[in-house]
Design a protein around this ligand. Structure first.
Ligand SMILES: Cc1cc2nc3c(=O)[nH]c(=O)nc-3n(C[C@H](O)[C@H](O)[C@H](O)COP(=O)(O)OP(=O)(O)OC[C@H]3O[C@@H](n4cnc5c(N)ncnc54)[C@H](O)[C@@H]3O)c2cc1C
Length: 328
């Protein structure tokens, strides 16, 4: 096998192992235990037997069984290792709730136990209104001394959890949280200036990253494009303006795509990204999947190196070679 194929395969194996480990850890919050894996394996083998093994020849069943055994082994090992130092879920009290637009709320929660997280990561949330339904929300702050976490939530029309969080929550309510995940975190070695490209509540993880970088006291320039359709949807602009005053190396550029105003640039984030200075920078991108996808495409076409572009996208939308290890 040529060396590049060997190294490509090793990378794919490492990525699969990382993914299965994350899956094993994530399953803890559903109450999945070791004995459940045998039932899932039996169901998957029966499914493979019915739909996939046909025409694969004698012995194919052994390969399926070996592959599933290996996957279970990796998931269980990761879950057990995680259980040694972290709960399967955390309870958290809502300590502040603010409806910023008719559809977007900013909430702060206080976990009952320390909740480890890195800037740029997201966590899982379950509300008492929808038992056993978990949804991901980005953490909008760098780790704080008091351990509190701020989330920016947009109510999706017909959405179960987002609607409950935006329209039926008040201070004092309790939520369940699942562990923080995601690898769109700031590179601790980098001293490069930063370009952040945020659309809608995609601002949340980029605000956490900006907070973390400004918190180091380094004189590192951060340019943050913050886009929404209209000016009234720029729900966090006053807070960002305050951050700008505290940290002169931060520049916030609001942008609207459906309305021309004097106080914001006109255009979508992908279009504005193409006009922004990205050449010498670490670039963080967060927002709706289509916005991330288009922005990455624009920057890659202009020649931006894949390893400088950091974003979270579902597995299916990831660009080959780009730093997009998780989802948004
Ligand atoms: C890594 C990650 C981070 C995220 N961070 C945030 C965040 O910081 N803030 C935030 O508000 N959301 C965030 N989301 C989205 C969030 O997890 C939920 O998907 C969203 O709140 C909808 O959940 P729901 O239960 O209300 O809707 P569901 O009940 O799951 O869906 C109801 C209907 O709405 C549709 N739908 C779901 N999501 C959307 C959408 N975004 N736009 C249009 N239609 C949709 C579904 O297809 C379905 O038809 C994040 C998602 C991921 C994967």
């Amino acid at each position: 096998m040529p060396p590049e194929m060997v190294s490509g395969r090793a990378t794919a194996d490492a990525e699969l192992t990382r993914y299965l480990g994350e899956l094993g850890r994530a399953h803890r919050k559903y109450g999945v235990r070791k004995e459940h894996y045998a039932a899932v394996k039996a169901a998957l083998l029966a499914t493979a037997d019915k739909f996939a093994r046909r025409g694969q020849g004698a012995g194919a069943g052994d390969y399926w069984e070996a592959a599933l055994d290996r996957a279970v082994e990796i998931m269980l090992a990761a879950a057990e290792e995680d259980a040694a130092h972290a709960p399967a879920w955390w309870t958290a009290e809502v300590t502040a709730y603010e409806l910023r637009t008719p559809q977007v709320a900013v909430l702060t929660v206080q976990p009952s136990e320390p909740f480890p997280h890195l800037p740029g990561q997201h966590l899982w949330v379950q509300t008492p209104r929808w038992p056993r339904l978990w949804r991901s929300y980005s953490i909008a702050n760098a780790p704080r001394d008091d351990g509190s976490l701020t989330l920016h939530v947009r109510a999706v029309a017909g959405g179960l959890v987002s609607t409950a969080l935006v329209h039926h929550l008040k201070a004092g309510d309790m939520l369940l949280l699942g562990q923080a995940e995601g690898e769109m975190t700031p590179d601790p070695e980098s001293r490069r200036p930063v370009l952040c490209l945020a659309g809608g509540t995609g601002l949340a993880p980029l605000k956490a990253i900006a907070e973390a970088i400004t918190g180091t006291g380094e004189r590192r320039e951060i340019v943050l494009y913050y886009g929404a359709r209209t000016e009234s949807e720029l729900y966090d602009l006053p807070a960002l303006r305050r951050m700008e005053l505290d940290f002169p190396w931060l520049q916030v550029i609001p942008a609207t795509s459906h309305e021309r105003t004097d106080s914001a640039r006109y255009g979508t984030i992908p279009v504005l990204a193409g006009q922004a200075r990205w050449e010498d920078r670490d670039v963080y991108i967060s927002g709706p999947d289509a916005m991330i996808d288009k922005t990455v495409e624009v920057l890659r076409t202009l020649g931006a190196p894949a390893e400088r572009l950091r974003f979270d996208l579902p597995q299916t939308l990831r660009q080959p070679g780009s730093h997009a290890p998780s989802v948004t």
